[in-house]
Design a protein around this ligand. Structure first.
Ligand SMILES: Cc1cc2nc3c(=O)[nH]c(=O)nc-3n(C[C@H](O)[C@H](O)[C@H](O)COP(=O)(O)OP(=O)(O)OC[C@H]3O[C@@H](n4cnc5c(N)ncnc54)[C@H](O)[C@@H]3O)c2cc1C
Length: 454
């Protein structure tokens, strides 16, 4: 049984379908038959990028997904877009700009609603999976001892199952349900990032056909906590989001004021994308005050038969674009625990595997949030914090000039490799070498062109 048919729930259902005779996905929302926004997933109005690691898992679980997205109008690496191999993502922070070749690390040029639709269609087509929409789960069923969860309550009927996976998102009711049946809720780590988003989907003027696939960042100045993201999505549209963290303050939700806001960013291409395109719908605003990680892996007392995954377990600051990829990686980790077969201590092993996967992303996001002075509760010092601000600043400046440092940095941002890899002697030597010794070569020419300073 899976609670929630978001990205985490759908990918989990796909993984469970290989290990259980029957999988039921319970979703409180009405699920559209087309790519569409949903009442209980308001974040889909805001730019959703997929990381390279997430793409790798999704393509493995759903062979042919790239072609299906391409048929839906998306740009997909190595598929419908011959130029895609040359397209890039640009990560701009303050004065540094890092180029990430799209073929190497990017997800798809697709919106979240198209991606979710494509995955949902594939999951619905699995013979042993049933997706029940308009069905909110309202509590847990247990055996008499209350040591084993045996299913979930819904307003209509009780639904029994051998395993309940909570993938109900960042407002998961599981901690409260556990309390109701006599368990202590899991310990939490909370980061009060106070993230504000303002987003709009636009149609670019025909004369505006940039080389890039995405621009990420574009902060006003080093250490500032406002930024902009432009993603190319299906049918040639641009999904443009502006955000602020903590002290960044409000982001205007009026087009004229938003243009002024965009002009403040370091990368003029963000403002140019907004100016040279026309909104296809309303400007949307969203605010996420805090981000929570629930430590189910550290909870000694937990009934068997229930797990949490995706945002329900670990919802980091969304601005770093990790959530869908973490959901996919966590479901894959659950699949590996199930494939190992041994029933003894399954719940604990699965919770640990899920936490290990999401932990890498959480620590990365936390390290960034701490740079902006976000307040935290129950947070342990992280690896990133131990690297020190000086090393991180230097690493980013080196990555802008040195392809090997850029590759190592991108592998970490895309969750292919752990954060600790950035402290390896080989990378550290390159980071600490004087910057003037680097030959940026053609990289800086492309960067300069994108930034409009060529
Ligand atoms: C503003 C914003 C921007 C983001 N940008 C990115 C990005 O760029 N890249 C990225 O990878 N991620 C991004 N994310 C995160 C991303 O949306 C999620 O991390 C990712 O989709 C995984 O979420 P999920 O499936 O766990 O939860 P959700 O997507 O929230 O889905 C949860 C599902 O559970 C259902 N549900 C809830 N309660 C119940 C119940 N009681 N019974 C039945 N069903 C229930 C909901 O209706 C929903 O369908 C962003 C998030 C926000 C808020």
């Amino acid at each position: 049984m899976v609670l929630g048919a978001g990205v985490a729930g759908l990918v989990t259902a796909r993984v469970l379908s290989e290990h259980y005779d029957e999988v039921v996905v319970v979703e409180r929302d009405e699920l559209p038959d087309r790519p569409g926004h949903r009442r209980f997933v308001p974040q889909s109005h805001h730019a959703h990028g997929l990381l390279g690691s997430g793409r790798r898992v999704l393509v493995g679980l759903f062979p042919g997904l790239s072609a299906e997205l391409a048929a839906g109008g998306a740009l997909t690496p190595g598929s419908n877009d011959p130029a895609m191999g040359d397209r890039s993502l640009f990560l701009v922070r303050g004065e540094t700009t890092i180029r990430i070749p799209a073929w190497w690390s990017a997800g798809f040029g697709a919106s979240r609603i198209l991606l979710e639709h494509a995955i949902r269609a594939r999951v619905r087509a699995l013979p042993n999976v049933t997706v029940l929409d308009r069905t909110p789960a309202t509590g847990l069923l247990t055996d008499r001892s209350r040591r084993l969860v045996t299913g979930v309550r819904t307003p209509g009927e009780d639904l029994g199952g051998d395993l309940v996976v909570d993938a109900s998102g960042r407002n998961s009711p599981l901690p409260e349900w556990l309390e109701r049946i006599g368990y202590r809720p899991p310990a939490r780590s909370v980061v009060h990032s106070d993230v504000r988003y303002v987003s709009v989907v636009t149609e670019p003027d025909p004369s505006f056909d940039p080389e890039w696939l995405a621009i990420l960042g574009g902060q006003a100045e080093s250490g500032s906590s406002v930024g902009g993201v432009v993603l190319r999505v299906e049918h040639g549209l641009l999904h443009i989001s502006f955000g602020s963290i903590a002290r960044g303050g409000p982001v205007p939700a009026d087009l004229a004021e938003l243009r002024g806001f965009a002009d403040r960013l370091t990368a003029p291409v963000v403002a140019e994308a907004l100016r040279r395109s026309t909104p296809t719908g309303p400007i949307r605003a969203f605010r996420v005050r805090s981000n929570t990680r629930r430590h189910y892996d550290r909870t000694r007392e937990m009934p068997e038969g229930v797990l949490a995954l995706g945002d329900a377990a670990s919802a980091a600051n969304p601005i770093y674009g990790q959530g869908m990829s973490v959901a996919a990686l966590s479901a894959a980790a659950l699949g590996r625990v199930l494939a190992a077969g041994d029933d003894a201590g399954f719940g604990r092993r699965a919770a640990r595997a899920i936490a290990a996967t999401s932990g890498a992303a959480w620590r990365l996001a936390l390290g960034e949030d701490l740079r902006y002075g976000c307040r935290t509760e129950g947070v342990r010092p992280s690896w990133t914090a131990r690297f020190g601000e000086g090393y991180r600043n230097r690493l980013e400046r080196a990555a802008a000039l040195d392809p090997e440092v850029a590759a190592a940095f991108n592998d970490v941002l895309n969750l292919h490799r752990p954060l600790s890899s950035l402290g390896s002697p080989r990378i550290a030597r390159r980071v600490l070498r004087p910057l003037r010794d680097r030959d940026p070569g053609p990289l800086s020419a492309t960067v300069a062109a994108v930034l409009g300073v060529a």
